[in-house]
Structures are given as structure tokens and as C-alpha cells.
Design a protein around this ligand. Sequence first.
Ligand SMILES: Cc1cc2nc3c(=O)[nH]c(=O)nc-3n(C[C@H](O)[C@H](O)[C@H](O)COP(=O)(O)OP(=O)(O)OC[C@H]3O[C@@H](n4cnc5c(N)ncnc54)[C@H](O)[C@@H]3O)c2cc1C
Length: 445
Amino acid sequence: MSDVRDLHIIVVGCGMGGLGCALSLAKNGFKNVHVYENAPGLGFVGAGIQMAPNMARILDRLGCWDAIEKEATNVKETSIRQGSTNEELAHVQMPDIRAKYGYPHCTGHRASLAGEMYNGCKNEPGIRFHFGTTLVSVDSFSPKAKVTMKPLNGPDFAVEADVVIGGDGIKSITRDSMLSRLGLKAEEFETGQAAYRIMLTREQMSTDPELLALLDSDLVVRWIGEQRHIIAYPVANKTIYNLSSAQPDTKFAAAPTATWTTFGSKEAMLEVYGDFCPLVHKMLGMVPEGEVCEWRLRQHKPLPTWVHGGVALLGDACHPTLPHLSQGAAMAIEDGAVIAEVLGRARSADPAEVHRCLKVYELLRKERTSELVDLAYQSGRALHLGEGKAKEERDKQFAAFKENKASIPDKWASPDVQNMIYSHDCVAHARQNFDDLYKSIAAKL
Ligand SMILES: Cc1cc2nc3c(=O)[nH]c(=O)nc-3n(C[C@H](O)[C@H](O)[C@H](O)COP(=O)(O)OP(=O)(O)OC[C@H]3O[C@@H](n4cnc5c(N)ncnc54)[C@H](O)[C@@H]3O)c2cc1C
């Protein structure tokens, strides 16, 4: 095979990163992309997601942003409030995000984001989906990659490919196979945090003017308290109000091998947020019994490598993050776009050349993703302070921010941090730096 665009590429996982990667590859002319997903279909968690301009920029190039934006909320302001009193600690106006970065900051439904990427993929003859098929192991990494797959009904089978992209999320088998082959291990960074995710419908909120005002706004609100917070915003053409929280993990810590997503108890949730204000309580109280979902929030120390032979990792498989910066899916989609860009620059389909380009991808992405993962962690620490000197200091900073005299402790709302994150064009960055990084790897080989 001489044309790199004929490479047989397997993408494991049909999550945000896998879908974005497959579509980016097809848009870059790759003709033989196979996506394997263990779920029987495109089942997506009913939850909202923040879509920052750096994500929107890629989705627009992939041709799916317009449809997503149509039903998204264009966020114009954000309010950070004391959870116990609803008192506003800071208010950040964001009227100029589109003017500054070319794209707005939006909130939307995950099904809309994933669904539009999937529709884009279905229009590409170079992409084939294999639902209900689970990656069991990566058995060989070079010169060809070999994997074992397990279909829902049927015996395991082996597949050989030139490239395997592990977009199989936090519990990545691709990552475990790679690290174990190299005699390495992923080191988990204990976050001690878990999250509830809640969606309230317009119907549920319709009789309460205070709640309707939130649903009809272009506002993201964060209520903060000791070791806990809740972030909320409207999605899906303002038909749904999405709440997501972070609080100490008691359930999963006690059962570390259990599944990391589970139904939670409404009673426990109300207790955790017991000292939050009546407005928050009103919303939590509306969640039907049996519909409280709880997630364990995970983070890893930076992995020693993301690439081995023709196999590479992306998204949560290699840099799982706390959600406090709302950048996990954005980073996963960025990763996919950069993978397509570097593979498109390979001078041949030779396995050593493919490996070298994948290494360039890792170099292009590792520093930035590590920085954002760390920032999300730091932001969580500042938000979750309990009574004491540190909290007094933080609240002084919030007050000084109101007077334009300090940076805001909530990094996600900080105009400076937003500038660093939102102005980043990962594809332009890859194009600018590819040659130098490519040469630096040659020197090491
Ligand atoms: C509470 C919360 C709020 C968040 N809010 C935001 C936000 O506002 N903005 C944002 O950008 N990010 C947010 N994130 C982060 C974001 O959801 C993740 O970072 C992102 O979904 C990761 O994408 P991924 O494709 O790497 O993994 P995933 O989305 O987890 O996808 C992995 C896919 O691989 C499949 N899979 C797994 N194992 C196998 C296997 N062995 N074989 C085949 N298929 C397999 C899975 O079924 C899944 O479809 C949030 C996360 C949480 C927990």
C-alpha cells in the first residue's frame, strides 16, 4: 500500500472522541475507517454538555456545528453563588465570546452533539460502524496492530489494522493493553469526588416563575459550598434545565471495583446538599425517585506514553479530567482532529512513518491536556473550600474580581483562562509545529 489514505484504521469507541476522530479522518481523505463500539447503538447519557469555542471551531470544520448550535444555548453570562444563601459572589458577562474567538460558548444536549457527529460520519463512505462489538485486547502493536473483538452474539474474532485509535474512555482496554505490554501502569489520581446529573423538563418547572427565569436565561449558574458545588444551565432549545454536581465520593470509594456510574439515592442527594438554599432544594426535590444518577469522577497522573507502534490513545482513555473546566469532550474532539492532521502528513504508509506521526500527535497534545486537567483540579479545590483562612482569601478574590481588581478563583469563568483555552486552534497548532516535532522524533529514533 503506498497511499497513506488507504490505511486501515480502527477507532475503538463511539464516544465524543471516537466520533470526532472518525469524522476528522474521513474529512482528511481517509477511506478505510472502522469504528467499533461495545454498546448496541449510539446510546447517550441524558445529560447536558458545555461546548466551548475551541470545540465549536472543530465541529464547524467537520460540517456539524450549525445543526448543534441551532438547539444549543448561547451562554452570555455566568453567575457564581454561595450555595447556602444564593448570594452572588461573582458575575461574569460573556457577550463578546463569538467576536473574540469566532464561536460562541454554548450549552447543549449530549445527544445533539453526538448525534450530529454521527450523522456527519454516516455521510462519509470511508467510515463503517460496528456496534455491539467490544474490544477485548490489543494483541500486537507493530508492524501491524492486531486486536481481538467480541460481538454481542457470536464468537470472538481477530482484526489486523495499520492504526488503532483507543477512544474507549476512562476504562480503556486499549490503554491497559498498551501499558501492560510496556510493563507500565496508569496511576490513578484519587479525586475523592462523585457527580450527580439531573435534567428537569420545562413542564416540571413551568409553574414556578423563579425556575422558569433560569430556564429561559442565557446564564450558567454555579452554586458552591464546602467540598461541593452544582452547575446548571438550559439546553435543548431551553426545554431542559441541566444540573450537574460534584461532591465527596462515599459510595464508589467504598466499592472501588463496582461500576462507576450507578443510580443514586434521592434521599442521600438531598442530604449532601442539605444546607444549600431553597432555590437549589426546589430543583433537587423535583427529581423523580429512582432517576438520580451518580458518577465517580476520575483523573490519572499523566501517562508515560499515549502511543505504541501503530496504536494511540485519545480523550478520557489518556487524560481523564474532572469536569470543572468543562473541557473533557472538547479535548477528546481536539485529539481526534490532530490525529487526522498528523496522519494526513505521513509521507508513506510504512509502519515506522505512521508511528512517528502518532508520536508527533502525542507531543502536540500532552502538555496542553495535562495543563487543562491540572487547572480543572485546582479550580475544584478553590471552589470547594470550607470555612477558614483559605476560603476568606478566596471570597476576597471574588469580591475584588467584582471591582475588576483580581482574577476570578473559578478558572472556568476566568476571562484569562478562557482566552488561553478558547483561542486555541489545535489544527493550526499542529500544522505550525508538525515539521519541527517530526524532526525531533527522527533524532531520537
Ligand atoms: C459530570 C460530568 C460533566 C462533564 N461536562 C463536560 C462539559 O460540559 N464539557 C466537556 O467538554 N466535557 C465534559 N465532561 C467530560 C466528557 O464527558 C468526557 O471527557 C468525554 O465524554 C470523553 O470522551 P471520550 O470519547 O474520550 O470517552 P467516552 O465519551 O467515555 O466514550 C468512550 C466510548 O467507548 C466505548 N467503549 C468503552 N470500552 C469499549 C470497548 N472495550 N470496546 C468498544 N467500545 C468501548 C464506550 O461505550 C463509549 O461509547 C463531563 C464529564 C462528567 C463526568
